[in-house]
Write a protein that binds this ligand. Structure first.
Ligand code: ADP
Ligand code: ZN
Length: 613
């Protein structure tokens, strides 16, 4: 059999798939032939296949280094379902269980073994691996080696030992985080200097990006869920544990199945909440960033941020947990001036080195720029990762759907900047606004600011509107909110150009209420949903029946529903309505083993819901 035939026959029989996606073909051939490489692919892009298939085709067992136990467990459950000899080796196993896995490894009984990094690096485990035949090392979530990154895991640093101890075993590093700095670190740590890098487009066309002005964040969130995502599974990120608790409670009070998740909760509670999120339909998790990495749930319909993440990478990674299955999903964030100040303070107050703080501040600035942009958010996001988006209008972000009104803001900017300057660059936003709108507060009188030429020069806007202007000027880098001096505003170098009238300033007009209404109306009319396979009424009935069968089956087998069948496979069956087992085998996601296990039951469900003429 030629290599091409071997690839395709395994793709079909084990994974139930007929074609490769994007760079998968090239990657899989390269790794199967024994090459090292770095794979950068967005979440949902199909990274797993890039090492699973070569591991099956090569001699020996593929070792997958993965940072999270829950992820390993679910991936292995899925593989075992598909008939692959897969196992995990981590701290959740008893001594006997671990010994049995080790025995199978040495006996050549395993195709894939998922190992936690700290376990792998333990000397006993390394020498065990030296006695076994190893097909490849796959280092999943490889960005965890990056000290600059948001998911740094010290254990990952030790993985450089793989290149030294196993120079002949191919190493595949995979990540959905793409910035150049992180990429460079992965290459260095894992000795991938001469290895090819397979970089896919990082666009997630099914995710709609939306960033709104924060007013009463929880109220806005409730409206967002009620109007657009009632009954959907979602993840909501907050910065602090206390806020996680508060928001979860507020959502529960509104009748939403919300559960808190943060590092302060008892491990048992955390595990229970995570399990419910994964296994039940329509559960909402309110979490700190401790939650989500390695959550493989494909049908998360939205990710909401109530606080600003630290960087564009973090934002991209977190929002990327929505819509792995390719169906329409939302990334929604409420953000305000306070968020910038708060994040800034966290950076300044940390014990990190100055260079680390500088990089962190730059990363934050880039994210604020994304939040304030009047142009396509998708284009902005992708350009941060060094990618050019082909069109100026993606048609699936708030700015493209309802373009914000933009006005010449030169005069407004000059007024605000002069006011900051004349008051001595020592005061926070509140006081500056008071002076601008000519409010005679005690503090204004105390400092004699009512005598300044700038007193009351900004009466054309109210304080709320000035706040929006201020935020944009900070985002453009003309002003700096000093976190050490309680948010005192200072001019930056670039402010000079604005004051001299040499620099253009385009400001977004805040008409958010109207924008939201348009997006909502379009959502309701179904104008925003990317085309999905046309489902007739009978399909919908079959679809519901198949889902009910899946829930039942998953419960019986004690695995998450998507391990039994993915949503996309259920879609495929409902659309194709196969009449025979052979036709059923033709649906993407139905491989030999699934057909053997579930074929008959599925045909029964399908036949019970045959379309009536
Ligand atoms: P990642 O690890 O990159 O986030 P996964 O490997 O989990 O992505 O794959 C995401 C989804 O895409 C899964 O449901 C998987 O079955 C599906 N998938 C992967 N490769 C293909 C392919 N060649 N054809 C169809 N579906 C695929
Ligand atoms: Zn856009």
């Amino acid at each position: 059999m030629s290599e091409t035939d071997r690839l395709h026959s395994t793709l079909s029989s084990v994974f139930g798939l007929t074609a490769f996606r994007g760079a998968q073909d090239a990657i899989i051939r390269h790794v199967t032939d024994g090459g090292n490489c770095l794979v950068l692919m967005p979440t949902g892009g199909g990274k797993s296949l890039c090492y699973q298939l070569p591991a099956l085709l090569r001699d020996g067992c593929g070792i997958v280094v993965s940072p999270l136990i829950a992820l390993m467990r679910d991936q292995v459950a899925g593989l075992v379902e598909a008939g692959v000899n897969a196992a995990v080796l981590n701290s959740t196993l008893s001594y006997q269980e671990a010994s049995e896995v080790e025995r199978r490894l040495i006996a050549g009984d395993l195709d894939l073994l998922y190992v936690a990094p700290e376990r792998l690096l333990n000397p006993r485990c390394l020498s065990l691996l030296e006695q076994a035949r190893i097909a490849l090392f796959a280092i999943d979530e490889a960005h965890c080696v990056s000290q600059w990154g948001h998911d740094f895991r010290p254990e990952y640093i030790g993985l450089s030992v793989l290149a030294e101890r196993f120079p002949d075993v191919p190493r595949v590093a995979l990540t959905a985080t793409a910035d150049a700095l992180t990429r460079q670190e992965i290459v260095e740590r894992l000795s991938l200097d001469h290895a090819p890098q397979f970089v896919s487009s990082f666009d997630r066309p099914n995710i709609r990006y939306e960033i709104v002005d924060k007013k009463n964040a929880v109220g806005q969130l409730k409206t967002f869920i009620a109007e657009r995502h009632a009954g959907d599974a979602g993840i909501i990120y907050c910065l602090s544990r206390a806020k996680v608790e508060d928001v979860a409670r507020a959502l529960q009070d509104a009748g939403i199945a919300a559960l808190p998740y943060h590092a302060g909760l008892d491990a048992g509670v955390r595990a229970r909440h995570q399990d419910r999120f994964i296994n039940e339909d329509g559960v909402v998790i309110v979490a700190t960033v401790a939650f989500g990495m390695g959550i493989d749930k494909p049908d998360v319909r939205y990710v909401a941020h109530l606080d600003l993440p630290k960087s564009i990478e973090a934002y991209y990674q977190e929002t990327g947990r929505a819509g792995r299955d390719g169906k329409p999903s939302a990334a929604w964030m409420a953000y305000g001036l306070q968020d910038i100040v708060q994040q800034r303070r966290m950076i300044d107050d940390s014990d990190a080195s100055d260079s680390f703080k500088r990089v962190s501040a730059q990363k934050l600035d880039a994210l604020v720029g994304l939040a304030e942009t009047v142009n396509c958010r998708r284009a902005r996001l992708l350009s941060y990762f060094g990618e050019t988006f082909a069109s100026e209008n993606c048609g699936n972000c708030d700015n493209c759907l309802t373009p914000p009104r933009v006005r010449d803001g030169k005069i407004l900017a000059q007024k605000l900047l002069s006011c900051v300057y004349r008051t001595g660059q020592r005061f926070g936003a509140m006081h500056v606004f008071d002076v601008l709108v000519g409010r005679l507060t005690e503090k204004v009188q105390q400092f004699g600011h009512d005598k300044l030429s700038v007193f009351g020069i900004g009466r054309e806007l109210n304080e709320k509107q000035w706040r929006v202007v201020l935020r944009q000027l900070i985002a453009m880098g003309h002003l700096h909110a000093d976190s050490e001096a309680y948010g005192a505003l200072r001019l930056t170098e670039s402010a000079r150009g604005v004051l001299r009238g040499e620099t253009e300033v385009r400001l977004r007009e805040e008409a958010e209420g109207a924008r939201n209404r348009t997006i909502r109306a379009k959502s309701r009319r179904g104008e925003l949903a990317p085309a999905s396979p046309g489902q007739s009424k009978t399909d919908a009935v079959l679809y519901t029946a198949l889902k009910a069968w899946r829930t039942e089956t998953a419960k019986k087998r004690g695995v998450p529903a998507y391990v039994v069948l993915h949503d996309s496979t259920i879609d495929g069956i409902a659309a194709a309505r196969p009449a025979t087992l052979t036709e059923l085998r033709g649906v993407a996601g139905i491989g030999d083993r699934k057909l053997e296990h579930y074929g008959t039951e599925l045909m029964e469900v399908i036949n019970a819901h045959r379309a009536e003429p």
